[in-house]
Design a protein around this ligand. Sequence first.
Ligand code: SAM
Ligand code: SF4
Length: 335
Amino acid sequence: MLIDTYGRVATDLRVSLTDKCNLRCTYCMPEEGLQWLSKSELLSDDEIVRLIRIAVTQLGITEIRFTGGEPLLRPGLVGIVERCAQLEPRPKMSLTTNGIGLKRTAAALKAAGLDRVNVSLDTLRPDVFKTLTRRDRHKDVLEGLEAARDAGLTPVKVNTVLMPGLNDDEAPDLLAWAVENDYELRFIEQMPLDAQHGWKRDGMITAGDILQSLRTRFELTEEGSGERGSAPAERWIVDGGPHRVGVIASVTRPFCSACDRTRLTADGQVRTCLFATEETDLRAALRANAEDSQDGSDEAIARIWKLAMWGKKAGSGLDDPTFLQPDRPMSAIGG
Ligand code: SAM
Ligand code: SF4
C-alpha cells in the first residue's frame, strides 16, 4: 500500500501523459516560452504501462486518471488505455481533457476500456473562451463533449474555473446548460499553479461566491451529511434532483486530510501532492538495467514509490504564510 505517516492511503493515481497542450488557459500556461520536455525525458508508452502495472498489482492503486498537458495529444493514448484495461484487478480509468479531438477519439477510447471523461470548459461564450484559452476552439470542445456522452463515457463531468471579470457571471448559465445536456458540472477554485505566478487569493472566486451565484437561480441541497470523504468535490442536488453540481474548494476548504492521490509526471517523477516542491525520480530506476542490478526491478520501483508517499506532507501549505508555489505549472504537473 502507498501509506503515509498520517495514515492516509493512496489508491488514486493521476498520470500525466504529456506537458504539451493545444490551448493556453491563462490560469495554467503562459502564452509562450514554456520549455517542453524532450522525447528522451518523456516516459515511453511501455514505461508508463509498466509503472501503472506496478501501481495496480503491487501498490493498491484502484483508479487511474490520465491527464496532462492535454492527454489527447499523446499518440499512444488508446493503446495505453487498452493495456491498462487488461490489468488484474482492473483499475477504473478516466481522462481529464480539454475535449479538443474527443469527437474523433471518444468511441475508440470507450472500446479500449476507458470508463469516463472530465472535460474542462469555463464558458458558454466563444469570445470569452478565446480570451481565456488564447485559442478559438470553443466549438471543438462542445462537439467533443457530445461525442463523449454519445460514446457512453459517462457520467461526463465538466470542470470549470471561474476567473474574476471574465466568466464569473456565468455560473447559473453553465449549470442550466449542464443540466439540459446531462453533464455533471464541477466548479474548481483557481489554485496558485499558473506559470506566470500571478495568482492572488484576494482576487479569486471562492466556493462561497459560486454557491451564492448559483442560488440566485437554483435550489441547492447539500448531498449526504456534508461528508465528502476523499472526494474533493462537495456536491449539491439541483432543484430536488436528479442533477448534481460539485464545487472543488481546494483553497478555501482544503481536503488534504482525506487525500488519496499519488501523481506521476510525464517525465516519470512521483509527486505526493499538486503543491509538492519535491519529486521522486522513478524514471532513473525504470531505466536502470533490471538484469544487471536490483535497482530497476518492479520491487525496487515499488519500494521507491512507497518511500516517496511515506513522506507526503500533511497539507498543501496554501494557508501557510511561507507557502511557495511549485516550480512546475499545472500543465507540467498534471491536473
Ligand atoms: N488539458 C486537460 C484539461 O484542461 O482538462 C487536462 C489537464 S488540466 C491541467 C486539468 C484541470 O486542471 C483542468 O480542469 C483545468 O481547468 C484545471 N486547472 C488548470 N490550472 C488550474 C489552476 N491554476 N487552478 C485550478 N484548476 C486548474
Ligand atoms: Fe491546456 Fe488543460 Fe492547461 Fe488549459 S488547463 S492550458 S487545456 S493543460
